[in-house]
Design a protein around this ligand. Structure first.
Ligand code: FAD
Length: 524
């Protein structure tokens, strides 16, 4: 169907579905080179996300072929009299419908239907950066940069996420203590604001927009290009896991390791994460295939009598040319740690296999029908001063001995985060990510049900509130503006609202975040 015809259809659907009266000529004048679709399968895809807990059907889906297409659509929505919302969708890996809308158009940034005028990521070897389309998946960014012997410095654990999607949150993994989150490693962006303007921004140019968009939850513009800093790509990774039964020893060692961020490369690890093991049984979890399933490691073999264990996960990158010193460097670092002596597990693998480790787990879960299930995830930044209270109250308290998924815990240095961006972190030099990555199953076991796990999440948040633990949600989800104000704090909320007025005054972008009431109230 020709774009104009399709748009007419969209407008009539809009009028009949939500009772809005638009000035159709605004949209009818729209010429896009990409593909505007009302195909039920496109609409269905855009109606759901990884969380599988929210559903909202857009009126149409745009597969853009260029930044100009994005600008044309947003410009038309901005110009329409009664508010048509526009939500960029990266890879739809949100939990709570953040990339959805029911009274507007979803722009599928990652799907490659239609002609991609933006092409593959472009690498500058000399200046060590890559220019990537906002909907590019990180796995594809990595593949391209590796052809030049280069790679981004800061990652997420999983690479089938879009550049624009993670930069709208922060983008964190075990490298963040050293390089900061992904939003600290961006040099320049092209952004389509809520007024439909396509602007280039950086520290020097349109800097307010640049900082607003980073960690901005899609509220100020749609990222169509990101210039990301690169480093020489390591060839191999030494991947090590060690266990602790004592929480304070575990966190002391984690904090020591991240305090080494300013040291020369051979005197620090390249990645510091960790996880909590509450379940009796296999240490293995879906996030990675580190331990061989044929040789499962039982918690009980470490004599915890059913208690909680903590696993520190660290890596050292290296080139084959320096392979002879890697054992020595790792040994010297491990000697300074206080883990259970018999609990060192080591593996060695190509760099790309390490970065892409979670995808293997995804394939395994998919084959068992366990990927497309509801995911009531809860991600919290917990201030260092209260992490022990969190351990007592949540890991050893509220969770009982069933977790329904991996629980990550690792600290980060606040000085690697830029306060001018829109993201919010606790007011302490060091804070922890605690990620409860649970899957709800219809197994007949109440403790695995969506209702049970959702209640438990609420209980954890209530516990933090009652105990005065000033956590901040990462990938935040709130449904009232009061909660959002509380999340940002007075000063940041004032700035966030002002940025909204400046860059998306009609509140048409990313309404699925439920931060600002959209002009078309039914958009939520
Ligand atoms: P979407 O879910 O599609 O979008 C997220 C938000 O960003 C929406 O509001 C959307 O409107 C907006 N948006 C999307 N594209 C753009 C754009 N181009 N410009 C402006 N706004 C845009 N996060 C981490 O930090 N570290 C991890 O290790 C990590 N691991 C994960 C593992 C799995 C299996 C999953 C499912 C998620 C993980 N995440 C992690 C969370 C991830 O960062 C978020 O889900 C994020 O939203 C990225 O997903 P997406 O690209 O699919 O974006």
């Amino acid at each position: 169907m020709a774009p104009k015809l399709l748009l007419t259809f969209v407008i009539y659907r809009l009028i009949s579905t939500v009772g809005l009266t638009l000035d159709p000529t605004d949209l009818l004048r729209l010429e896009v080179d990409g593909h505007l679709s009302v195909d039920p399968s496109d609409v269905k895809t855009a109606s759901v996300d990884f969380g599988m807990m929210n559903r909202a059907e857009p009126l149409a889906v745009l597969h853009p072929s260029s930044a100009e297409d994005v600008a044309r659509l947003v410009g038309a929505a901005y110009g329409s009299a009664h508010g048509l919302s526009v939500s960029a969708r990266g890879h739809g890996h949100s939990i709570n419908g953040q990339a959805q809308t029911s009274s507007g158009v979803v722009i599928e940034m990652s799907a490659s239907k239609g002609v991609r005028q933006w092409g593959l990521p472009r690498v500058s070897e000399q200046s060590r950066y890559v220019d990537a389309w906002g909907g590019e998946l990180w796995i594809d960014v990595l593949k391209t940069t590796l052809e030049h012997g280069l790679a981004p410095k800061s990652w997420t654990d999983y690479l089938y996420l879009s550049v624009g999607g993670t930069l709208s949150n922060a983008g964190i993994s075990g490298q963040a203590f050293n390089h900061g989150p992904q939003i600290s490693n961006v040099y320049e962006l092209d952004v389509v604001t809520g007024k439909g303007e396509l602007l280039t921004c950086s520290e020097e140019q349109n800097s307010e927009l640049f900082h607003a968009v980073l960690g901005g939850l899609g509220q100020f513009g749609i990222i169509t290009r990101a210039r990301i800093g690169l480093e020489p790509a390591p060839q191999r990774v030494r991947w090590i896991r060690v266990l602790y039964s004592n929480f304070s020893t575990f966190t002391k060692d984690q904090e020591y390791l991240i305090s080494l961020h300013g040291q020369p490369p051979n005197q620090k690890f390249d990645y510091v994460e960790g996880f909590v093991i509450v379940d009796e049984g296999l240490i293995n979890n879906w996030r990675s295939s580190f331990f061989s399933p044929r040789n499962p490691v039982k918690i009980s073999s470490f004599g915890t009598n059913g208690g909680v264990l903590y696993c520190l996960e660290i890596t050292k990158n290296y080139h084959e040319s320096t392979a002879d010193t890697i054992d020595q460097d790792v040994e010297a670092l491990l000697k300074r740690l206080d883990f259970i002596p018999s609990s060192v597990f080591t593996t060695d693998l190509p760099y790309v296999d390490f970065l892409d480790r979670v995808h293997k787990a995804e394939l395994k879960l998919r084959s068992k029908g366990l990927w497309d299930v509801p995911h009531p995830w809860l991600n919290l930044f917990v201030p260092r001063s209260r992490i022990a209270d969190f351990d007592e109250g949540v890991f050893k308290g509220i969770l009982g001995n069933k977790t329904s998924g991996p629980i990550l815990i690792y600290p980060m240095n606040k000085n690697k985060w830029d306060d001018r961006t829109s993201v919010v972190t606790p007011e302490e030099d060091v804070f922890y990510l605690v990620a409860l990555l649970r899957s709800a199953l219809d197994s007949g076991d109440e403790a695995q049900s969506l209702e049970y796990l959702s209640n438990q999440n609420r209980q954890i948040l209530r516990f933090c509130d009652d105990a005065g633990i000033k956590v901040k949600q990462y990938l935040p989800h709130y449904t009232t503006q009061e909660d959002w104000v509380d999340h940002f704090g007075d000063d940041k909320w004032t700035l966030f609202s002002k940025r909204k007025m400046d860059f998306d005054p009609r509140r048409i972008l990313a309404t699925g975040q439920r931060i600002f009431k959209p002009m078309a109230a039914s958009a939520w």
